[in-house]
Ligand binder design. Sequence first.
Ligand code: IFM
Length: 452
Amino acid sequence: MPTFPEDFVFGAATASYQIEGAVHEGGRGTSIWDTFSHTPGRVDRGDTGDVACDHYHRWTEDLDILAELGVDAYRFSVAWPRIQPTGVGSANQAGLDFYSRLVDGLLARGITPFVTLYHWDLPQTLEDKGGWRDRDTAYRFADYADLVARELGDRVGEWATLNEPWCAAMLGYGSGVHAPGVANPKAALDASHHLNLAHGLGVQALRASTTSPVGIVVNVHQLWPASDSEQDMDAWARADAVGNWMYLDPILKGRYDDLTLAATAKHSSWEVIADGDLDIISQPIDFVGLNYYSGQYVAGGGTSEGHTPWVGAEDARFILANDHLTDMGWAIIPRGLTDLLVRVHERYPDIDLIVSENGAAMVDVVSDDGAIHDADRIAYLEGHIGAVADALALGVPVKGYYEWSLLDNFEWALGCSKRFGIVRVDYDTQARTWKDSAKWYQSFLATRTLGE
Ligand code: IFM
């Protein structure tokens, strides 16, 4: 029966804009997601994060749920515009106080706080000056990291600088389907480098105020070549480089790999890389968080140009791994998580890994008795936790697993239509209802042992 080491950390995860709401309270400034979601046509059904799960007011109830579930840790993000409403200057005390209370509330319940500093809510005023296209934003991020670390550095158990820089850069500035909605390959590459730089500067700022582990969370795409033909292998290798190693190589190896630079050369000469940047970016870190949901096969011969997030791999065609799909249209393939953990460990053997997000949006049905019998989500979680156990058995140093997400929430450009929570949120009443998957996670956490 697969089991886990004593010190293995099980948790649940959320992010600020996806759950907090209260966008005009506590002195919070405007973020790029406020602007984007209020721009007609950008988010499905015109949904916004204005209210979302109203977590800003209901956080004690949400922390009680975490405690009842029995998690060891909770991964949440700090909203930059709550700390610096315009992205610069001294801290807004009301913002710091909110997160300070949250951290104390977790500790009082025996739950380790895991903070992500940047889960995409960039202050709009910084975007107005160029956002992640502008090198200065990386330095503003370091100031923000310093303010948060000074306040919370003695109490937070784990820190991640950024969440999914590929999404922030490539969806935000490459395809434009995420805020700020720019579609320009050169902008996406510049943003990628500045996010990497922000990470390195952020690590330096955090280290000045905390002795807790510091790392980054990335969405390394699990990609397999569709065949061994030269065309497919070539497209796969470039997609892998620009989708994955463009972030982890500079961070963990101190260099961009040759294929990343060659694949993107038609869009950028990478003049944004200044002397000394790679030394800053490759500050030693303690872990890499991997967010895994699905895997895909990659073939060549595609014609996608222009508004693709796959800058440098525009000819790549992405093929579903199977037809067993979640409500996101993502193939369910637990062994992809084992493969991913093994692949990342082989490339970077010295770093500890955490599964910092894993979960599924499913079409939930509320039964007459009010229950949500989401057997499909339970199967998903069980399969993927099993895949982590398989990776551990193969010797991969995986230290934790965070279920995404604690609550149904605002799923970015798809609004509140996609439900990832193990706890249902009724957006009319804000009532929280445990789905069967929450009950399953609770009983799993009581033994931390999977059935055969
Ligand atoms: O909801 C997102 C989260 O914000 C980042 N990782 C993927 C999740 C599901 O799409």
